[in-house]
Structures are given as C-alpha cells and as structure tokens.
Design a protein around this ligand. Structure first.
Ligand SMILES: Nc1ncnc2c1ncn2[C@@H]1O[C@H](COP(=O)(O)OP(=O)(O)O)[C@@H](O)[C@H]1O
Ligand SMILES: [Mg+2]
Length: 254
C-alpha cells in the first residue's frame, strides 16, 4: 500500500525541506520508490538538496498546473544524487520541482490555479511512477494547497522550533490536522539549542498540544554548514541527528 506523507509548519524556515529530503532519502535507502513534490510554489527550494538548479529543470509542477504536460513528465529521477552520497542506496527517488523562474512564480501567484489538479496529480504520480511513498514539501501557513495536502495525507509531520512565535501557529495547524482526520500525526521540534534538556522539551510540547512528538532535533552547525547542498543523513550517517531522522522516517511510514 502506498502512503502519502506531508511535512508542514505554520511558519517558514523551520526545516520542512531538509526534513522532507532526509526522510525521503532514508526511505529510498531502504529500497522504496519515493516521489517528492515541492508544493511550495511561492518559495521553492528542495531541489537544491538534490543538486538541481534552474538549468536542470526542464518541466516543473507549474507546467503541469498550466496543463502543459502530464505530472509524470515533470518528475526527475534524482536517485543518482543520493547514490553519490551513499552508494548502497537501493530504491529510487523522483522529484517534482516547482519552478524557480521569477516570471513563472509571478504568473502562478497572479493567475492562481485549480487546486483540484494537485490532488489528481498526486494520485497519478503514485500510479504512473509505481511509488511506495509520495512526500509533499509544503508552503508554510494555511492555504488551500496546504489544507488539501493535509487532508489526503496518511502521515503528517508538523515542524516547529522552540520559539514563542511558533507555538501559537503550531496549535492552529495541529487543530486543522485533527479536524481533517489525519491518521498519523506527529510533531517535530527542530533547531533545539544543544543546551536545552531534550526530554523536557518533548514532554512540554506533548503536554501543550496533546500530540506525539516524533523527533526533537538539535540545532546543528554541521547542518547549517551543509547549507542545503546535500542530504544530512547520508553525509553524516553516524551523527545523532541522522539517527533521530531515521527513527522519524520509520515513525512516518509505520
Ligand atoms: N536542525 C537544524 N540545525 C541547523 N540548521 C538547520 C536545521 N534544520 C534546518 N536548518 C537550516 O535552516 C534553513 C531552513 O531550512 P529549510 O529546510 O529550508 O526550511 P523550510 O523548508 O521550512 O523553509 C536552512 O538553511 C537549513 O540548512
Ligand atoms: Mg522549504
């Protein structure tokens, strides 16, 4: 049975794209066929983690939404980028990037698009690419696309930082996920200063939201230094952060 996993946060810069790419890479490492859709149309970025730039993107999610191509035509096989970091990778990874061209971002913001096409596209990808898992990297906050991604997800991770600006909005996102009956909902606390007591952070967040915390991830200098140029869990497999990401991947797939 294939699964849809969404990674969301109420505010931006929490670590959605890095978490999505890492969980995807870990699942590919286990032999799964994984599709990754960048639905952050307004500020796309996850392609960088797979070593793609503007010139490597022939077709994008935008082209599909404009009716110019089938969604599978916008899928790029990015397995080689993962294998370059870990040759033992067994599965296959496909990225459906959002356009990074200014004119195309402006056009989609100006003209909008039929959100129903996104859902059709997700379902088509699962079938056409014989995916085990479809991962959705979302735009922060709540909008129509986000609600749709949340509503169709088997698993949802909502990422927050231990920051007062994140606390309230995360509560709203959790409430929405509950109303939409997401079967498997976890919170991820990211960028936690190393001086914090991680067990205490986990207990506090679980108490506030009445929701399981799937991972408490440290603020990591290595991650900052990697600067989204690669997949942390493949580059530093023995790092504590990578162990936690593997547990999170397991939690989201089970
Ligand atoms: N645990 C972490 N420690 C340090 N830096 C991180 C961590 N997680 C993410 N980052 C950095 O934070 C920035 C935003 O991450 P990103 O995954 O793009 O977030 P989002 O997709 O939510 O905007 C990137 O520079 C990334 O390298
Ligand atoms: Mg992002």
């Amino acid at each position: 049975m294939s699964k849809v996993i969404s990674i969301h946060s109420f505010r931006g810069g929490t670590g959605k794209s890095n978490t999505t790419a890492n969980v995807a890479a870990i699942l590919v490492g286990r032999g799964l066929r994984v599709g990754i859709v960048d639905t952050d149309i307004q500020s796309p970025g996850i392609h960088a983690l797979f070593g793609l730039d503007e010139n490597d993107m022939d077709l994008s999610l935008n082209d599909y939404l404009w009716g110019k191509c089938e969604i599978r035509d916008a899928a790029q096989d990015v397995t080689a980028a993962l294998k370059a970091q870990d040759p033992s990778i067994k599965g296959q990874a496909f990225l459906i990037p959002s356009s990074i061209k200014a004119g195309e971002i402006a056009r989609i913001l100006r003209e909008g698009y039929d959100v129903g096409l996104l859902n059709d596209g997700f379902q088509r990808l699962l079938v056409d690419l014989s995916l085990d898992v479809l991962m959705i990297d979302t735009h922060p906050g709540l909008n129509e696309e986000t609600l749709l991604s949340i509503a169709i997800s088997d698993s949802l991770a909502i990422i927050m930082r231990p920051d007062n600006q994140d606390y309230q909005g995360t509560g709203v996102a959790v409430e929405v996920a509950r109303k939409l009956d997401v079967p498997n909902l976890v919170l991820v606390v990211n960028k936690v200063p190393q001086v914090f007591d991680f067990d205490e952070v986990q207990a506090r967040v679980e108490h506030i939201y009445g929701c399981e915390v799937g991972a408490v991830l440290p603020h990591s200098d290595e991650m900052m230094a990697l600067a989204s140029s690669g997949i942390f869990a493949l580059r530093y497999p023995d790092n504590t952060m990578s162990q936690k990401l593997r547990l999170l991947a397991h939690r989201l797939i089970s």
